[in-house]
Design a protein around this ligand. Structure first.
Ligand SMILES: [Zn+2]
Length: 364
């Protein structure tokens, strides 16, 4: 098995294109074709985790948070990140991160939190918008399949659990080629009518370049006619946070106490307990203050997240109870998530969850 095989299993759930622009998810160190015999899963890559990987002979570390976030100009061991890079390369250990792409995946970080809380009827709290484009192009009959396949292969035509989605309609294209042209069908200086099919496909914005290139490559015409339309559709299966319900309303303090136990929190910082019982729960693993308004708008009795600043707590305004359970605590089960995804496919394989707690925060 190769690094690429492991990655592709994870990216079926959390494609890299879901990651935020500031992120650096993906294969950070190593070669996609490197052989893998032993995988170590962690939330963060630290020197202690690398020592653990060396000791257990892991050749691939899968982490939630990327080891490298921004450009590094020197690698001489002055920071923990640089020392981790050195250790990984010296010991032939590949490092792969699956971060905000797993945060916004439908079966990702937040689905796991909901599962731990026993929530039902879950859905994405803030589905992605303005992230889809429609491409329409006009193809002579003999090339319809070739063009379609090229578009699909470049990442167009995926809707939810379906791929290769497209729509076609018959029509007549017209053109007149000038003296410099070299028309694929028809003659120079003659008005030409050609039966064509209009093919429409949907694609994620960031695939536009790749899809248009694939189109130009597969289409037989010298000048390819195509249109790109920005779409306002929401992408319900991708986005930030999640909301769901407890099977039965629960006493608020009991619920928060359960959360504390389930997530092993040293402390939970929360706003005033303005409701005696709670049922609808919103969650966002990691820093989720940007979703407070969405949690309120969607009627969440409690919003469980982390990294909430003093002034952000004021946004609760007695409409919801914001509960900051800690960044590490909220995302810790992401390790279990990676484990389950990989174990399902590679069940005989050596996959282990790191025993190191990488939480840098302690509570007195
Ligand atoms: Zn995080």
């Amino acid at each position: 098995m190769t690094v690429k095989d492991c990655i592709s299993e994870i990216e079926k759930i959390a494609p890299l294109r879901y990651q935020e622009p500031y992120d650096n998810a993906g294969l950070i160190i190593g070669n996609p074709n490197d052989k893998v015999t032993n995988i170590l899963i962690t939330l963060d890559v630290t020197e202690v985790v690398l020592q653990e990987a060396i000791a257990c002979k892991a050749d691939l570390i899968i982490s939630h948070h990327p080891l490298i976030f921004k450009g590094i100009k020197k690698i001489n061991g002055n920071s923990e990140t640089e020392r981790c890079i050195q250790l990984a390369i010296k010991n032939d250990i590949a490092i792969y991160a699956c971060h905000t792409n797993m945060d916004s995946a439908n079966a990702g970080v937040n689905a796991k939190i909901c599962e731990k809380l026993g929530l039902i009827n879950t859905r994405i709290l803030q589905p992605k918008t303005n992230s889809l484009t429609k491409l329409a192009t006009y193809v002579p009959h003999a090339y319809v399949e070739k063009v379609q396949e090229a578009l699909f292969a470049a990442g167009a035509g995926c809707i939810g659990n379906y791929d290769k989605c497209s729509f076609s309609a018959e029509g007549i294209g017209t053109y007149r080629a000038n003296e410099q042209a070299n028309p694929f069908i028809g003659n120079k200086n003659e008005f030409h009518k050609e039966p064509e099919q209009r093919i429409e496909v949907i694609l994620p914005n960031e695939r536009t370049h790749a899809v248009v290139n694939a189109l130009l490559e597969a289409h037989p015409y010298e000048e390819v006619a195509y249109d790109l339309f920005p779409l306002q559709n929401t992408f319900n299966l991708v986005g930030d946070g999640m909301i769901g319900e407890l099977p039965e309303a629960m006493d608020t303090k009991t619920f928060l106490q359960n959360v504390k136990t389930t997530f092993g929190c040293g402390i939970i910082r929360h706003t005033a307990i303005t409701k005696n019982s709670v049922k609808r729960i919103a969650v966002c693993g990691g820093s989720g203050s940007f979703l407070i308004e969405d949690a309120i708008r969607n009627g969440a009795d409690v919003f469980i997240t982390a990294d909430v600043k003093y002034h952000d707590f004021f946004q609760a305004e007695n409409k919801t109870i914001i509960a900051d359970i800690g960044h590490f605590e909220s995302e810790q089960f992401t390790k279990e998530l990676f484990y389950e995804i990989l174990k399902k496919k590679f069940y005989t394989f050596a996959i282990q969850i790191s025993k190191v707690s990488t939480n840098p925060i302690n509570y007195l």
